[in-house]
Each structure stands twice: as structure tokens, then as C-alpha cells.
Design a protein around this ligand. Structure first.
Ligand code: HEM
Length: 497
């Protein structure tokens, strides 16, 4: 056979395989929820704006409903895009929906050797261990508040130095917030000027940013192709490497100074657990899972809270009338004493403001992909074990059956007619169900203490007119990232130094 005949035969075989696979996809599609017709090989990717994937999914849900099917290449993915759809699945069938689907940009580094991207017994044990350990250091309890207040105090003193001139608060907030989770994972905070610490928190923010651009989104859909295409997504693995090295250095220090009766941090607790499980050949507790779990907690507890706080300051500058109500409540309820998390019970407006920032800021809009662990019926469909589901939390946060004017920023969404706080199940920034964020209580406590401490100490002013302030997120993918901004913080109190 000559060269051209061989190429022709190969092409015919290839096209036949693609078309056979495509007919199978079309046949299976008829049993799945509605959605746009996929093309061979690329699926429905031609309909996605990878620069704003959340917007594309929200647009598709207008046409196909709150549960619909898209195709990432040849793989069907079921999109859940309303409060009702998320509740019917993640709450009403919580166990069935508790699996984690492959998420290339994390999996390629952690290989699922930690609590966020593992499944089955490994996930259950790691998650239980993390929750117990965080709880043992007082997370979610009064004893941990002091640590958060102390860090908010350090941040106040740094911001005070600007003396009211315009500053970009991004790095000061990022370092300060990260220090709270660092005190849990590493047992102590870091000086803001510590260069290694500065480097590692910048790496975290950079990973979060790239995962929220078209590069990160495409990497998650086509990891095998994107590995060969140059672009900023390649820096993610290097940045994870910087984080892992930072953690390994701390871990080696902990090993040398470990006192099994007095664990100082998450790493110590993990080392003690490893000792206890030494003889168990099936154990999930080893050096590698220690590093990867520490990495996930460090990562998850940094930019998510920092971005929420930045969204809060943007909205306070944009809506001075709302800011005034928050200030009044802080002055009346807390005055000049240090804020306590319990104060929130007497501060419905401030709490409603924070809820509204979480709803509109929507910092982790697609949560993380879930996977069915058994065949399951939802509405009139039977989904097979292994089916992948994308939760669109934005769909719940903008659900018109839940919020009157979801496109407007209005703390009244969480207040009843008499000004009392209304909790709403449709607010789910930490997702819902068995995979709900285990850092929820830590994050909520931090957000409240940081906001009240900073407003107690500063009058905030925008260097530009409020109507010129954009609060629209600049990225969409893993995260919704607030736009970069400057703020003037005029001291209201004397320095505590
Ligand atoms: C404002 C702050 C935060 C937000 C908005 C947030 C949001 C989320 C969301 C949406 C998920 C995905 C849940 C799902 O799969 O359905 C998640 C998972 C997770 N978060 Fe958070 N998070 C925040 C802070 C934290 C903190 C402070 C920590 C730890 C100290 C943390 C640790 C984790 C972990 C380990 C997971 C994976 C849980 C699992 O797969 O079982 N997060 N978070």
C-alpha cells in the first residue's frame, strides 16, 4: 500500500470511530436533561465564553431550565442552576451526591491525596480528621476569636500608616487573613514582612486568579491538550510547588520539636495520628497526605475570605447610605471595646450586609464539581454512578423565586419587615450537602471580626465618585475576583501600638 492509501484508510477509520462515538452520545443524550446539541469532539464548548463561564451557564439555563446538560468534549456534565435544583440533589440526596469529580488543576498536583479532591473512605477519614483538629484548636468557638481579633489588630496598624491616603488594600488583607489559617496549620502567624510568607501568599492568590481565567477553565476541561499549549496556566503547578516546599520546611521543624502530649497545630496532630497508625498498612495518614491536606487548608483559607472582604469594602464605598447604617450599628452595639462574634446577634443590619456581600460577591460561583457515587433518580431522570454535576451557586444566589431583585445589592434581602435578620437556605456561598465547606464557621467568624474591627477604626472613603466604582467580578471560573481598587481609610481611633 502506498502512503496516500494508508492515510486514507486511517482517516476513514478515525472518522468512523468519531461518528460511532458521536451517535452513541446523541442516543444517550435523549435520556439526559435538555441542553444544546453537542458537536463531535468539542461537545458544547463552542457555546461557552471561557472568559465568563458562569455567565454562559446562566444564559443557557434561561433556555434549557434549571437542570440541563452540557458536553465538555465527549463527556456529559449536568448543570444545577437554581436553589430548587441544588436542594433536590445535594440536600435531599446528600449521600448519593457526595462524590468529587476530577478537577484537573488541583488533581494534577495533589493526586487526590487530601480531603477536597478524594473520594470514599479516604475522603471521609481526612475530612473527619480536619474538622476534629480545627475544632480542637477552638475554631467556631469563643477561644479562637482572640486570635482573629489579634490579627485584625495587626492589619489595622498597617492600614493606619497610610493615614487616609489612597491605598490598594489587597496585599495587607491577603496576608492578614492568611495568617489566621496559618496559626492553625503551622501553629503561629508570620510577620507581614517575612519574604517567604509574602511569596507563598502571592502564589496562592495567583493560582486562584489563573483558575478564574479562560486559561484555568480550559485547563480543567482539556487538561491533556492544555498541557501542550503555552500559557499562564503552566505557572499553577510551579506555585503549588512553592506552597508544598514552604509546608515541608515547617513540617521538618515540627518533626524535630514534636511533643505528642502538646500538639501545637494541624501538622503536629497529623504527625501524632501517623505515629498511632504506624502499624496500619491501609492507613491514609502519611507524609504525602500531611503535606497535601495542609496545602488544601492553607489555600482554601486564604483568597476566598480575602476576596469576600475586598468585595465588602467595595460595596461600602459604592453605597455610602448602607455604610452609614453599618457604622451606626457598630457604634451603638460595640462602641470602642473589641468586637466579639456574639455581637452579631444584636447587629442584624451588619449581618444582613455581610450575607448580601456573600450573595452578590459569590466568590466560589461553581463550588467544585460533584460526582454521583451510585445510580440515582432525580425528577424523571436516572443518572448513572459517576455522572458529573456542576453546581452553579450563582443560580441560587440570583434565583428570582428567592430574591425580589437579585441584580441589586440590598441587605434588606436578609431582613424582615421589622428589621430582624432572616436566614435563607438559598444563600449558599459555602455550598450545601455532604461536601459543604468545612471552613464555613471559621470564615464567617473571620469576616465578621475583620469588618467590624476595621470599621470601628476607620472611616472609609472612596478616592473616586461612588457611581464610578465597579463591583463587577473580573474573573469567573473557580472564583469571582473583585476588581482592583484603592480606598482611603481615615483613622477614627488612636493607634493601639
Ligand atoms: C469565604 C470563605 C470561603 C468560601 C466562600 C468557601 C467556599 C467553598 C465551596 C463553595 C466549597 C465547595 C463545596 C462543594 O464541593 O460543594 C468549599 C470546599 C472546601 N473548603 Fe471552603 N470556602 C471558604 C473558606 C474556607 C476555609 C477558611 C477553609 C479551611 C480552613 C476551607 C476549606 C475547604 C475544604 C477543605 C473544602 C473541600 C471540602 C470537601 O471536599 O469535603 N474553605 N469551600
Amino acid at each position: 500500500m502506498d502512503f496516500y492509501t494508508i492515510v486514507t484508510v486511517l482517516l476513514v477509520i478515525l472518522i468512523t470511530c468519531v461518528m460511532a462515538n458521536y451517535s452513541k452520545i446523541l442516543l444517550e443524550k435523549s435520556k439526559l436533561p435538555p441542553g444544546p446539541t453537542p458537536l463531535p469532539i468539542i461537545g458544547t464548548l463552542h457555546l461557552m465564553n471561557f472568559g465568563d463561564i458562569v455567565k454562559s451557564l446562566m444564559e443557557l439555563s434561561k433556555k434549557y431550565g434549571d437542570i440541563f446538560t452540557i458536553y465538555e468534549g465527549t463527556q456529559p456534565v449536568i448543570v444545577l442552576c437554581s436553589y430548587k435544583a441544588l436542594k433536590e440533589t445535594f440536600i435531599d440526596k446528600a449521600e448519593e451526591f457526595s462524590g468529587r469529580a476530577y478537577y484537573a488543576s488541583f488533581h494534577d498536583f495533589t493526586k487526590g491525596e487530601e480531603l477536597a479532591f478524594s473520594n470514599g473512605e479516604k475522603w471521609k477519614e481526612m475530612r473527619r480528621f480536619a474538622l476534629l483538629t480545627l475544632g480542637s484548636f477552638g475554631v467556631g468557638k469563643r477561644s479562637f476569636e482572640e486570635r482573629i481579633r489579634e490579627e485584625a489588630g495587626y492589619l489595622t496598624e498597617v492600614l493606619r500608616k497610610a493615614n487616609g491616603s489612597p491605598i490598594n488594600p489587597n496585599y495587607p488583607i491577603l496576608r492578614s487573613v492568611s495568617n489566621v489559617v496559618c496559626s492553625l496549620v503551622f501553629g503561629s502567624r508570620f510577620e507581614y514582612k517575612d519574604e517567604n510568607f509574602q511569596k507563598v501568599v502571592k502564589c496562592i492568590q495567583e493560582i486562584f486568579r489563573i483558575m478564574s481565567t479562560r486559561w484555568g477553565v480550559l485547563y480543567n476541561v482539556y487538561p491533556n491538550v492544555m498541557k501542550y499549549i503555552p500559557g499562564p496556566h503552566h505557572t499553577m503547578m510551579g506555585n503549588f510547588g512553592v506552597m508544598a516546599d514552604f509546608i515541608k520546611e515547617k513540617m521538618e521543624n515540627n518533626m524535630k520539636t514534636l511533643d505528642s502530649n502538646n500538639p501545637r497545630d494541624f501538622i503536629d496532630c497529623f504527625l501524632i495520628k501517623m505515629e498511632k497508625e504506624e502499624k496500619n498498612e491501609e492507613t491514609f495518614f502519611n507524609i504525602n497526605t500531611l503535606v497535601m491536606n495542609s496545602l488544601i487548608l492553607f489555600f482554601a483559607g486564604t483568597e476566598s475570605i480575602s476576596a469576600t472582604l475586598r468585595f465588602a469594602f467595595l460595596h461600602l464605598m459604592k453605597y455610602p447610605n448602607i455604610a452609614e447604617k453599618v457604622y451606626n450599628e457598630i457604634d451603638n452595639v460595640i462602641g470602642q471595646r473589641p468586637p466579639s462574634y456574639e455581637d452579631r446577634f444584636n447587629m442584624p443590619y451588619t449581618e444582613a450586609f455581610i450575607y448580601e456581600v456573600q450573595r452578590v460577591g459569590d466568590v466560589v460561583p461553581l463550588a467544585l464539581p460533584h460526582e454521583l457515587i451510585v445510580d440515582t433518580d432525580i425528577r424523571n431522570y436516572t443518572f448513572k454512578k459517576g455522572t458529573v454535576f456542576t453546581p452553579v451557586l450563582t443560580g441560587a444566589h440570583n434565583d428570582i423565586t428567592q430574591f425580589d431583585n437579585p441584580e441589586n445589592f440590598d441587605p434588606k434581602n436578609f431582613l424582615d419587615g421589622s428589621g430582624k435578620l432572616m436566614k435563607r437556605e438559598s444563600l449558599m456561598p459555602f455550598s450545601i450537602g455532604k461536601r459543604i465547606c468545612p471552613g464555613k464557621s471559621l470564615a464567617n467568624m473571620e469576616i465578621f471580626i475583620f469588618i467590624t474591627t476595621l470599621l470601628q477604626n476607620f472611616t472609609i472613603k472612596s478616592p473616586v465618585a461612588p457611581e464610578k466604582i465597579s463591583v463587577a467580578a473580573v474573573g469567573s471560573g473557580l472564583g469571582h475576583i473583585p476588581p482592583s481598587f484603592e480606598i482611603c481609610l481615615m483613622p477614627r481611633t488612636q493607634s493601639q501600638e
